[in-house]
Design a protein around this ligand. Sequence first.
Ligand code: DAH
Length: 369
Amino acid sequence: MSGPNDNYDPKQVAALSAESLDAMVAAALEAFAVASDPAALKEARLAHAGERAPIALANREIGALPPAARKDAGQRIGAARGRITEALAARQVEVDAAELERALVEETVDVTLPVDLAPQGAIHPITGLIDLMSDVFVAMGWEIAEGPEAEAEWLNFDALNISADHPARGESDTLFVAPADSHVVLRTHTSPVQIRSLLDRPLPVYVVCPGKVYRADEFDATHVPVFHQIEGLVVDKGITMAHLKGTLDHLAKEMFGDIRTRFRPNYFPFTEPSAEYDLECFVCHGASVGNPDAPCKTCRSEGWIEWGGCGVVNPRVLEAAGVDSSVYSGFAFGMGIERTLMFRNNAADMRDMVEGDVRFSRMLKGESR
Ligand code: DAH
């Protein structure tokens, strides 16, 4: 640094030489030119036009010059600074314009896209399927019957000819409503509505009863402790098992299209004779039967899957409801709605049906209604 009393020519102060100033300007212009975004240009500005930039440091040298030399040096520095500032301003305009262009492209918002401010819920697939199955019967002139979920033990069991020592009454299956001597249970099936319908309505009776049932069951992919059944009951003069078969085949066709069905002898206390109603396996269509090379998990290579139980109403049940079994006869059936949904929609896990995720409902909505 120069001392105040020396007789300097400003051109001899290295930082103030024309070459130095030109080099500073050139370096600044070059740095501005290559800075292509606002952050890079800011860096270049601090380096070449900031307080610690070479040109600013050179400016401080002026004070060290003899007074006569200051004017000339000041003018030259000023000119150099002017070029730098001008180049910076010009480049700033370019970089800002490019930045705006980029943001407009990258951050484009399509304001014409539809907005779902209040997403709609969906009918639960079980509800949808109940409506669909009920409609099949309403279309044939049947009525919809209802009964309570907390049901008299007598209606749930005794009136249906299920004796006190029947295994289904055990505490392992049935949920009893406290106190124990209330003789109220959470209905284990929709069959008590058979009795209620016979007690409530004039004959003949043609009813279906969809509803919730409860069992002290596991909670896994194929069992839930609260599920749904649909019960059917016809009591009229001259009703036979053939009417039952025709009715169930019509329902099966409405639910599954052309599908083979069969009755398989079984026992229920409230029907005699009784049968399980089977559907042809909708996965292997019977191809797995006797074919160990192509086993079927769905039907366990039996070719058939059970859909529900049914039979001719046991005269004891008619008598328990005050119906003259020498004049009237009837048929009844009951099947699980969850199982039906599984068959119709390939819904493999029953837990999805109770978890209430609206995506599950939306997925199956169109299919069940
Ligand atoms: N209630 C029976 C059950 O829960 C199903 C059933 C079988 C209903 C035969 C009926 C019937 O009406 O006739 O397993």
